[in-house]
Write a protein that binds this ligand. Structure first.
Ligand code: PLP
Length: 444
């Protein structure tokens, strides 16, 4: 055991700093406890929960593997085949030995997905934002970054590391953005925003942002992390769905959510991608993504480019969940997307609700507390996959009502709940083309 360090004879209680910080977190109800689970590949959305009393089967309702592609047979097969052929790791940074053929193929696939000349893969979406934004802004002298106030931490870190001046615009408020663009005058400007905000499930006014960018000669950087695979006829995201992809200069995405794998990327012009490749420390000095992971991601992207089944089924599940929870008078934020925030507004009750769902109802939904969301807006974030059927949805609504009553959490007034229920029930009706899609699903 190492002796306690001393300075001028005084014992330095370094460990005390850590335990002090942890007790502060516990007092505020923000201490993070991880639930140990083991996903069951052939039975989405089920997993084994390794509880203190032994293993138990639970239904997962909060995964960012939004479409279940992480357990899709084609994706698993691509990973196994590539690992058998090429081994597990990449063997080095991209410069040393890591530019493997599956990685080059993946970048081609991504460039095609977003209709851009080039793409560059990083080891995570986080790193792609941090390295991408910081490098792009550093390469443009005197640049000003305009950032939506709810941008993800990885974008904030990228902005910080760039050393560039920044202005924050009010969330999704193009008038405020326009005001800041006007005040910035003639200098080079980079607008950074997300297409879909993951904690509130709302969508950015991308067309209006592009209009403002064009009026003021600014570049646009759009994080589509929660939208890739999910929206647009080929799964390219919200910008693709809204036919404005060509107006976005840099698209950033992840391979870790709807594509069910790991890794992140940016796509843009050939010179921009080549410059980031040449100057970004977070790209240059780290081992490349392993070939089996690249092959699996490529299989997921290719599948979702041509298969509408997962997106259509997910949309139906989400609408049905929204309708069921509204009918039960539970306080969901009404969104048009696949993300369903259920508001709690108290960190301790949010954690307690999650614990009760797991221990009493075999349902796993992790609590979302500060700093992920603002204090007082704590929530459960529900993300139904295409594989959450009607029986599971009914079980979820029943379990949540039980937990809401147990914790004396507020329900929505009857009138408002009735209005929301009928809106969502309309959206939950199978689209006229779903019969064809159901047939397609059997071929998978
Ligand atoms: N961007 C946004 C908006 C995110 O929410 C996240 C993570 O959840 C990331 C980037 C980071 O992506 P990854 O999980 O691939 O590191």
């Amino acid at each position: 055991m190492k002796a306690t360090p001393k300075v001028n004879g005084r014992e330095m209680d370094y460990d005390g700093y850590f335990s002090g910080a942890l007790s502060q977190l516990r007092q505020e109800g923000r201490y993070r406890e991880f639930v140990e689970i083991e996903r069951i590949a052939g039975r989405i959305p089920f997993a084994i929960w390794h509880s203190s009393e032994g293993p138990r089967e639970v239904a997962i309702w909060c995964s960012n593997d939004y479409l279940g592609m992480g357990r899709h047979p084609k994706v698993i097969k691509a990973m196994i085949e590539t690992a058998s052929r090429m081994g597990t790791g990449a063997g080095g940074t991209r410069n040393i030995a890591g530019t493997n053929r599956p990685l080059v193929e993946l970048e081609r696939e991504l460039a095609d997905l977003h209709d851009k000349p080039a793409a560059l893969v990083f080891t995570s979406g986080y790193v792609s934002n941090q390295s991408g934004i910081s490098t792009i802004a550093r390469l443009i002298p005197d640049s000003l970054i305009l950032s939506d106030e709810l941008n993800h931490n990885s974008m904030i870190e990228g902005i910080r590391q760039s050393g560039a001046e920044k202005r924050i615009w009010r969330h999704n408020d193009v008038t405020d953005l326009e005001r800041l663009l006007t005040a910035a005058g003639d200098r080079p400007k980079l607008i950074v925003f997300e297409s879909l905000y993951s904690m509130s499930g709302d969508v950015a006014p991308i067309k209006q942002i592009c209009d403002a960018a064009e009026r003021h000669g600014a570049l646009t950087y759009c994080d589509e992390v929660h939208a890739v695979g999910m929206y647009g006829t080929r799964g390219s995201g919200v910008a693709g769905r809204e036919k404005v992809m060509h107006r976005i200069d840099i698209v950033e995405g992840t391979l870790a959510k709807a594509f069910g794998c790991l890794g992140g990327y940016i796509a843009g012009s050939s010179n921009l991608i080549d410059a980031v490749r040449s100057f970004a420390p977070g790209f240059i000095f780290t081992t490349a993504l392993p070939p089996p992971m690249c092959a699996a991601a490529t299989a997921a992207i290719r599948h979702l480019k041509s298969s509408p089944w997962e997106r259509a089924r997910q949309k139906r599940s989400a609408a049905r969940v929204k309708s069921a929870l509204s009918a039960a008078r539970l306080p969901i934020l009404p969104t048009d997307t696949h993300i369903i925030p259920l508001m709690v507004g108290d960190p301790l009750k949010c954690k307690a609700a999650s614990d009760l769902l797991l221990s009493e109802h075999d349902i796993y939904i992790q609590p979302i507390n500060y700093p992920t969301v603002a204090k007082g807006t704590e929530r459960l974030r529900i993300t139904p996959t295409p594989h959450h059927g009607d029986e599971l949805i009914a079980d979820l609504a029943e379990a949540l009502v039980d937990v809401w009553q147990w914790l004396a959490l507020p329900f929505v007034p009857h009138q408002l709940a009735a209005e929301r229920t009928s809106d969502f029930a309309r959206a939950a009706r199978p689209p006229s083309n779903l019969r064809g899609i159901e047939v397609l699903s059997r071929d998978l």
